[in-house]
Design a binder for this molecule. Structure first.
Ligand code: HEC
Length: 193
């Protein structure tokens, strides 16, 4: 009897699923909220992983987290429609270089990374690429934790490791409070049926 109930419940839940995987149209407000939640999840996981790696094996160990774990966490927080990444005016990894629009936003954020105690955010819906795309950015101010790898006086061992992995590294010389970069969340808006 119990078995039957479970089966029925499963069946009902399958039947009540939407017929198509096409997501419902979202208002800009809803997309902004979704983007904020993604930044919170990604930023939180990343910081946690970084702190754990540094605690375990120092800054040189932390480099590995930023190099491999950051893109992994970003990928696991992304899907076909939504993508999250990071960018900066001074990049360590050139794959993170900003688009023209992103560079303009970063220039403005650089003057004021934080407003009313919160990282500055900006968004737009653009059709520049042919398909409507929602794009959201949230400033990343430099914190104390970041200075060991992005500051002025980097330990020679860390410096050597960074130089080996990133010969074109531009992401040093930051002070606490400086704009380090921004989170970028994009969503390709599906065409209406
Ligand atoms: C242990 C060293 C280390 C620490 C500490 C560190 N980073 Fe990084 N950071 C890196 C490395 C390595 C990369 C390049 C990652 C890649 O290859 O995509 C990077 C990349 C970035 C990027 C992407 C843009 C770019 O330059 O390529 C941002 C933004 C960033 N870091 C911000 C921060 C912030 C904010 C903190 C402090 C909360 C921080 N980092 C702490 C090593 C570090």
């Amino acid at each position: 009897m119990t078995k039957l109930i479970v089966t029925t419940a499963v069946l009902l839940s399958i039947l009540s699923m939407p017929a198509s995987a096409q997501p419902a149209a979202q208002s800009t407000d809803e997309m902004v909220n979704e983007a904020r939640a993604m930044v919170k999840a990604f930023g939180g996981s990343l910081k946690q992983a970084l702190q754990a790696a540094i605690k375990e094996g120092g800054l040189t160990n932390g480099i590995g987290v930023c190099k491999t774990v950051a893109p992994e966490i970003a990928a696991s927080n992304s899907n076909d429609e939504w993508r999250i990444s990071r960018t900066s005016l001074k990049v360590r990894n050139s794959n993170n270089a900003p688009t023209d629009w992103q560079a303009i936003q970063l220039q403005a954020m650089k003057k004021q990374p934080v407003k009313n105690g919160k990282p500055v955010e900006v968004w737009q819906v653009s059709e520049a690429s042919g398909q409507p795309e929602f794009q959201y950015m949230s400033a990343i101010p430099t914190q104390k934790l970041c200075l060991g790898c992005h500051g002025d006086s980097i330990d020679p061992k860390v410096k050597a490791k960074l130089a080996e992995l990133y010969p074109e590294d531009k992401a040093t010389g930051f002070s606490e409070g400086d704009l380090r970069g921004a989170f970028v969340v994009t969503r390709k808006i599906p065409a209406p049926e």
